[in-house]
Design a protein around this ligand. Structure first.
Ligand code: MTE
Length: 309
């Protein structure tokens, strides 16, 4: 995130199958569950079975798989935008386990494949707005985080959720340097975590998540800046106090706990008024809560969002 913004020079190539599928969504023709077959490289060739979501998905043009997998922030795999793609194979995802613990009645460690079978997977087409003032539209596959929270039976003292990414200094090139305090950490207030927009994603464009996008399981919180959407999660803990988060620990005056997309609160180094959709030339206006106000503004009633940035 410290690097200067680099203009993306790729063509905005769009897959025909997706155009057709988007038309079907608009017409309201839904065939679910179904499997989408799209040809792309660099992602594991494993299809997922999922249903399309209409309520929370945007109708905007999705970014291409090439754009989504070659312009990333994933500091464990390097701090350049292309590093996560180049070093993708350094992330080892076999036999992945996800532990959910803390202030809960039933702490559990899940085998990832079992976890995926437990919930109906949905496709959610979300905007992702990064703090460096670029954005993408991505067809995520996942399930609502609130379903997992319910499973472990939270105690009433659980007010926040803390997330932790993989720690593997031996294999992950970025973790051999102290660019951040490892492992990467993030947090949400429990009502934010329970909001139906908040998903755990296990795939995109119909297939399992490419490593550079946070395989095998990552968070997606579409009304917050991209860095809240923590990748390659190994642990989720329910806690009573606001948890520490990686970027807030690093530079507290630049990265707050809430980090809601807000065109009226600038980052010290970037204006947040406008954004560049990757693949487009002309900038667009940034919308409050990244355009998701109708679903989330009530979470922040009465809060001074300049203070709680
Ligand atoms: N998660 C981990 N573990 N490590 C990271 O460096 N970067 C964050 C977030 N999640 C990051 C992470 C940032 S800054 C952004 S913008 C998004 O991932 C980017 O997600 P994408 O590469 O899938 O678009």
């Amino acid at each position: 995130m410290r690097k200067k913004f680099i203009l993306d020079s790729e063509n905005d190539v769009t897959c025909e199958a997706l155009f057709k599928r988007r038309r079907d969504i608009i017409k309201g023709i839904i065939s679910a569950p179904f499997v989408l077959s799209t040809n792309f490289s660099n992602a594991e060739n494993k299809h997922l079975i999922f249903q399309k979501d209409i309520k929370y998905s945007t109708n905007e043009q999705t970014n291409t798989i090439k754009q989504i997998t070659s312009y990333n922030n994933f500091y464990e795999l390097g701090s350049g935008k292309r590093d996560p793609m180049i070093n993708a194979n350094s992330l080892k995802t076999d036999n992945w386990k996800l532990t959910v613990d803390g202030l809960v009645e039933k702490p559990q460690t899940f085998d990832l494949d079992e976890l995926i079978k437990k919930f109906t997977l949905e496709e959610r087409i979300y905007r992702l707005r990064c703090v460096e003032a670029w954005s993408m539209v991505i067809p995520w596959i996942g399930f609502e985080l609130n379903k997992l929270i319910k499973l472990v039976k939270p105690l009433s003292s659980a007010k926040y959720i803390s997330f932790q990414s993989i720690l593997d200094r031996e294999n992950l090139p970025g973790q051999r340097r102290e660019i951040l305090q490892w492992p990467y950490r993030e947090g949400l207030r429990i009502d934010e975590a329970n909001n139906p927009l908040t998903i755990l994603s296990v795939g995109l464009y119909g297939k399992v998540l490419p490593n550079q996008n946070g395989s095998p399981i990552r968070l997606v919180v579409p009304w917050k800046y991209g860095f809240k959407s923590i990748k390659s999660i190994v642990k989720i803990s329910l806690v009573s106090e606001e948890p520490e988060t990686s970027w807030n620990l690093e530079t507290p005056n630049e990265y707050g706990f809430y980090s809601n997309v807000n065109p009226y609160v600038n980052h010290p180094r970037w204006s947040q008024k406008r954004e560049r959709r990757i693949g487009e030339f002309r900038k667009r206006d940034t919308e409050m809560f990244n355009g998701y106000s109708e679903f989330v503004s009530s979470l922040y009633k009465g809060m001074d969002l300049k203070k709680f940035f």
